[in-house]
Structure formats: structure tokens, C-alpha cells
Write a protein of this length. Structure first.
Length: 339
């Protein structure tokens, strides 16, 4: 297992380099100018000086190599320094990727927005998984029962109805009509865990967006879990376990569930990077100033460095969690060996 993880980590390096090249090339070819939002009375020669100061006058390959150096060396060093409160090398003069629109390091802006996304997307993801797996297992075990029919009905609705519709319906009913919850998410609110009113306010403003996203996330995962469990319920090893006199609970929870979780783990692992990417539509509806809103704003403002940083970060998370899913296979199924 250890050698396999090392091989995958070494393979991830050229993979991320290739991904970085594609991202940088596509966004470099996209239309957009950092001087487009400047006042119209600025002379053309001043605009050109600004472009040169940003390095846009250099050849493509030189700009890509500099960007890769910042993404692979400077920004990771800054993250390590921030976490451990240390200084590695010349911290003050280290060059970083700066957002054209925010006039600040892109990673610092992302770090400010990340907690808002994790509050909503993180809770929605966890609740969705906690709902989907037991409902999917019970629906498969009691196939065509009233529980399975009701679960199928709600999962079909949750998956087919878009989040912008359910979000607006939730706002109209619970915020406008009943006035139970606020209609928008106050991103300026800082939770004080010693103040009960602060905790209640945070809970109320999270209820609607978390519920909308949880139902959407749980719908697809429930159907996937149900299908995986149904495929294993009629296998020979299940009939053998039952013929040996094992009770139904250990047959389902130990034998069937463990083998059924292998494809489910893949889906869960691939959905985890989506937590950091944010929910673009839901964040717009509930005015959550998270990662999804940041990406949309950066695209609208032609903020190429911010878009490059965000997309590369999402791609790196996908690579990492693919590795985590592969390692989890070996833990769930002893028959899988990598060495």
C-alpha cells in the first residue's frame, strides 16, 4: 500500500503540471484585459505600462513557467507558513499571485471566503451522506416496499427539481410567509460560541441553504447506494452466509454493505472537492459570499489570476481525493492489493 501511494503521488506531479498548462492556456486565450475596468480618461500608454508591470508583455512560455513556480512553490510555502506560524526563506519579498480585481493575493481572498462555503456546503454534504446511505440500504433490502416507494419518490424529486427552484420556494414559504428563517445568509456574522443568540442566528440562516443542498446531494447518492446494495444482495457469498446461520443484520451490515460501499466511496470522494468549489446557484439565491460566488464574480470581472487559482485548486483537490478513494478500496475490500 505504501509503495502504491508513493507511486500515485509521483504520478500526480506531472498530472497537475499538465492540468496547469491546460488551465493557463485556455484562460490566456480567453478575452479579457486587466485595464478594462480602469477609468476611460487613462491614456493608452499608461494602460500599456500597467500591462507590462503585470507581466503580460512577456512570451507565453515565460509567463506559464512563472505562474507554475508561484503555484507549486510560493503559494504552498505561504500556506505552510500560515498554518505553522513560521517563516521559510525571505517571506516579505516573496512574489505571489495577485487578483486583478481584488488588488490582493488571490489565495488570501480565497481563504477569507472558504469558511462561508464550508459552513454551508460542509454541513450539507455530511447531512446528505448520513441520509443517503441508510435510506439506500433499507430501500434495497426492502425492495418495492412502502419505504422503498416513498424513498424513490422523494429522491426523484430531489434530483430532478433544480436547486434554484427549491431554494426560491423555501424562501417564499419559510422566510416571506412564515418568517421562520432569514431570506439571505449574513456572511458578516461571526459566530460567538459563548453567546447563545449568535449560535441561534447562525443556525437559522444555515437551515434553508443546507436543507436545499442536502436533499439534492442525498438524492443521487441514495439511488446509487440502493443500486449497489441490490447488486450484492443476490450474490453467492450472501446466500452462503445465510446458509451458515448468520442473522440478517450481520449479513447486511458486514458482508453486503462493505462490498457495496466500494463504488459509493468513489462517488463520495469525487463529491468532496465540490464542497470547496461551492454551490454557485445556491450561493447566488441565498447571497452566500462563498467560493461559488467568488468564481462567478472573477469570471465577470475577467480576473484571470483568480480564475486560474480557483480552477487549479479544484483540479488538485480532485486528484487528491481520487487517491484517497483508491486507498479506501483496499481498506474496504481485503482482496484488493496494490503492492
Amino acid at each position: 500500500m505504501g509503495r502504491y501511494v508513493i507511486r500515485r503521488l509521483l504520478l500526480a506531479i506531472p498530472t497537475l503540471i499538465a492540468i496547469g498548462f491546460v488551465i493557463f492556456t485556455i484562460l490566456d486565450l480567453a478575452p479579457g484585459d486587466p485595464t478594462a475596468n480602469l477609468p476611460l480618461n487613462i491614456p493608452p500608454e499608461v494602460r500599456e505600462q500597467i500591462r507590462q508591470a503585470l507581466g503580460l508583455g512577456e512570451p507565453f512560455l515565460v509567463r506559464w513557467l512563472k505562474w507554475m513556480q508561484l503555484m507549486f512553490i510560493n503559494e504552498p510555502l505561504h500556506i505552510i507558513e500560515s498554518i505553522f506560524n513560521i517563516c521559510i526563506g525571505d517571506c516579505d519579498s516573496r512574489i505571489r499571485i495577485v487578483s486583478w480585481a481584488g488588488r490582493a493575493p488571490a489565495l488570501d481572498i480565497i481563504w477569507e471566503r472558504l469558511p462561508q462555503t464550508l459552513w454551508v456546503m460542509g454541513f450539507a454534504f455530511v447531512i446528505g451522506v448520513l441520509i443517503a446511505i441508510p435510506v439506500g440500504v433499507i430501500s434495497a433490502y426492502k425492495q418495492y416496499s412502502w419505504f422503498d416507494n416513498i424513498g424513490t419518490f422523494f429522491t426523484m424529486i430531489g434530483y430532478s427539481v433544480p436547486t434554484f427552484f427549491t431554494g426560491l420556494v423555501a424562501i417564499v414559504i419559510f422566510a416571506v410567509k412564515l418568517k421562520w428563517f432569514p431570506s439571505f445568509y449574513d456572511t458578516r456574522h461571526v459566530v460567538d460560541w459563548t453567546d447563545w443568540d449568535s449560535i441561534v442566528k447562525q443556525f437559522k440562516q444555515m437551515v434553508m441553504p443546507v436543507t436545499v443542498l442536502s436533499l439534492f446531494n442525498a438524492a443521487a447518492l441514495t439511488r446509487f447506494t440502493r443500486a449497489a446494495v441490490l447488486d450484492n444482495l443476490n450474490e453467492d457469498y450472501v446466500r452462503t452466509a445465510r446458509s451458515k446461520g448468520l442473522a440478517e443484520r450481520p449479513v447486511v451490515t458486514v458482508h453486503v454493505l462493505r462490498n457495496s460501499m466500494i463504488p459509493v466511496i468513489t462517488l463520495i470522494a469525487l463529491q468532496v472537492p465540490g464542497i470547496f468549489a461551492g454551490a454557485i446557484i445556491t450561493e447566488q439565491i441565498f447571497r452566500i459570499n462563498g467560493m461559488g460566488a467568488l468564481l462567478i464574480t472573477a469570471i465577470g470581472q475577467s480576473d484571470v489570476p483568480m480564475v486560474q487559482t480557483l480552477t487549479f485548486m479544484f483540479a488538485a483537490l480532485i486528484v487528491v481525493f481520487n487517491l484517497i478513494a483508491d486507498v479506501a478500496y483496499g481498506l474496504l475490500d481485503p482482496r484488493i492489493r496494490y503492492d
